[in-house]
Design a binder for this molecule. Structure first.
Ligand SMILES: Cc1ncc(C[n+]2csc(CCOP(=O)(O)OP(=O)(O)O)c2C)c(N)n1
Length: 557
């Protein structure tokens, strides 16, 4: 790693820019402001980092989040004090839900005014409290001497399991002060909790007597793909959360993928005699609000000790890093487990039945789902999804992804983040274009970031499912509110005109038969493209999707 000579004239702002470059950050997303200009001016002068200027801080945060998920590296978002930091908060809530490795560098008013409610421009007197609600941890850089320490603490916290977004406040006057000329820069390493031998012994004993063991993999297991795949080879079946998709290949017959809450899955669970949950919150949306019966004994492995038994009572809880704990479990197990050889066939059948039932629901949109299922898996596209009916029905499970890093979805259920997430994923992808599924309602929240996509010539295809409504809300109104469709019809722009105005190629599909060719054309073309699917012309799904099954929380996915 290149260590530049520290010059006497270096400011803390210069140091921050240099620090980020030296620890391997290549891209920063953000919005420029008087309070972060010492950092941004240095980033520009040093020419080592690409700065992607988003149109708003929410977009910048969504971009940094998606970038982190797709690249597997730290995502960095730079905002200003007060309103600007607050603008990023909704998006940061999503990064927190997904456990994304994001560093949110925000600022503060001059130290003599900070925390004192003295009405300095941009000041919000309790900014740390605001940030705390949406951050894994919050740090402040108090002075030049502590600059490298504060950066190290923040980056280390973001990277250490349980990973998550970390906020670092850097007062603007601190940014301008001369840097401490002595501190060398080293890339912070994540801290990994190590499970005790005794608990792994206990799990191994349970595994050796199980006939139909299942692994439930969540996003916290994303670095444990090798170990999980080996457990499957030895006799385990696999099911994942949405955030744990493709940790084990979704093409494996012994993998149920994320069809984790279907009636068929519930039947399968009844026939199993052990489940090991690795790095998963067992979210309400994927477990019928934790009411769905899971196999017993239930074992949980998590890097966050406080998660032990939180959503389900467990027989065994191991506080440890996913990959390390599974690797040490494998050392204790025979090469082939004495398990039911029917298990993988039963899982394949369970999945096929769930997929079949789902295809019946799609009606004309089967063509769209099948085209995407084929292209996204085989070409290794990042698959980014906003919260829209097409994702809840087919995007979240049926469209397979080729690698766990390639799935980006608003796990917390907040609409409108997909537009910017598509940009972050596209900037991170080194291979195929990012494919980004949007609803027209959600798109309204992120529309301006399409301009960022054009400006950055981001390799991505937006698929806009336009039903001129908050479709799922209307379906819920039909199902639960005697069809009183208040506030759910939407005036949306003429997207062809909008795309023309911002310089983004636009195609409209009013007959699904045209979709496969249009999709291939858009993927082959340079830069961002938008395909609008005119759902009013094409018609409804065979069955209206009106949220998750009873007992699950929220809108459902
Ligand atoms: C930030 C946020 N605001 C409001 C909601 C409530 N909500 C859930 S789905 C939805 C409608 C989404 O409409 P659209 O993007 O057009 O997708 P469709 O349901 O039509 O497929 C709304 C408003 C939410 N989930 N997140």
């Amino acid at each position: 790693m290149k260590l530049e000579t520290i010059t006497a004239s270096e400011t803390v702002g210069d140091l921050i820019a240099r620090y980020l470059a030296e620890i391997g950050v290549t891209t920063v997303f953000g919005v420029i402001s008087i309070h972060n200009m010492p950092i941004l001016d240095a980033i520009a002068r040093q020419e080592r980092i690409r700065f992607v200027p988003a149109r708003g801080e929410a977009g910048a945060m969504n971009m940094a989040d998606a970038y982190a998920r797709v690249s597997g590296e730290l995502g960095v978002c730079l905002t200003s004090t007060g309103t600007a930091a607050g603008n990023a908060a909704g998006a940061q809530a999503e990064a927190l839900t997904a456990g994304s490795r994001v560093l949110h560098i925000t600022t503060q008013v001059d130290l003599e005014f900070a925390d004192r409610d003295r009405a300095a421009i941009h000041d919000v007197p309790r900014q740390p409290e605001m940030l705390r609600g949406v951050s894994k941890a919050v740090f402040r850089m108090w002075d030049a001497n502590g600059a490298v320490g504060a950066l190290t603490a923040a980056v280390s916290a973001a990277l250490s399991a349980p990973t998550g977004p970390v906020s670092l406040e850097i007062p603007v006057d601190v940014q301008r002060t001369p840097a401490c000329p002595t501190t060398r820069i080293h890339k912070p390493q994540p801290i990994r909790p190590i499970a005790p031998e005794s608990v792994i012994d206990e799990i191994a004993e349970l595994v050796k007597t199980a006939k139909r063991p299942l692994l439930w993999l969540g996003g916290g297991a994303c670095a444990a793909g090798k170990e999980a795949t080996e457990l499957m080879r030895r006799g385990f079946g696999v099911v994942t959360s949405t955030n744990g998709r493709a940790i084990v290949s979704e093409a494996e017959p012994a993998s149920l993928g994320a069809f984790n809450m279907t009636p068929e899955a519930v039947e399968l669970y009844k026939s199993c005699d052990l489940m090991i949950v690795v790095g998963s919150r067992l979210r309400g949306n994927e477990t019928r609000n934790n009411k769905m019966p899971l196999p017993r004994p239930l074992v949980q492995i998590d890097a966050d000790a406080a998660q032990g038994g939180r959503n389900y009572p467990v027989e065994v809880f191991a506080h440890g890093d996913a990959a390390d704990t599974l690797a040490r479990l494998l050392e204790r197990l025979p090469d082939t487990l004495d398990t039911d050889t029917n298990l993988s066939f039963d899982i394949a059948r369970t999945r096929a039945e769930a997929e079949g039932r789902m295809r019946d629901v799609l009606g004309p949109y089967r063509v769209v789902a099948d085209t995407l299922a084929d292209r996204i898996f085989s070409n290794g596209h990042p698959w980014v999804r906003d919260v829209t009916i097409s994702n809840s029905t087919f995007g979240n499970r049926y469209v397979r992804i080729a690698d766990p890093k390639l799935g980006v979805h608003a796990l917390g259920g907040g609409i409108g983040q997909g537009v910017a997430m598509g940009v972050g994923a596209a900037v991170a992808t080194r291979g195929a274009k990012a494919i980004t599924l949007l609803g027209d309602g959600g798109t309204m929240l992120g529309l301006a970031e399409m301009i960022t996509a054009v400006e950055e010539n981001a390799p991505l295809v937006y698929l806009l499912m336009n039903d001129k409504a908050y479709g799922v809300i209307q379906n819920i109104q039909d199902a639960q509110y005697d069809s009183r469709r208040h506030y759910s019809a939407l005036a949306t722009p003429d997207f062809a005109g909008f795309c023309k105005a911002i310089g983004m190629p636009h195609r409209v599909i009013s007959d699904v038969a045209e979709f496969p060719a249009a999709f291939d054309e858009a993927v082959a073309a340079d830069g961002p493209q938008l395909i609008e699917i005119d759902m009013c012309a094409i018609g409804p799904f065979n069955e209206a999707f009106a949220g998750p099954p009873a007992g699950a929380a929220g809108k459902g996915e």
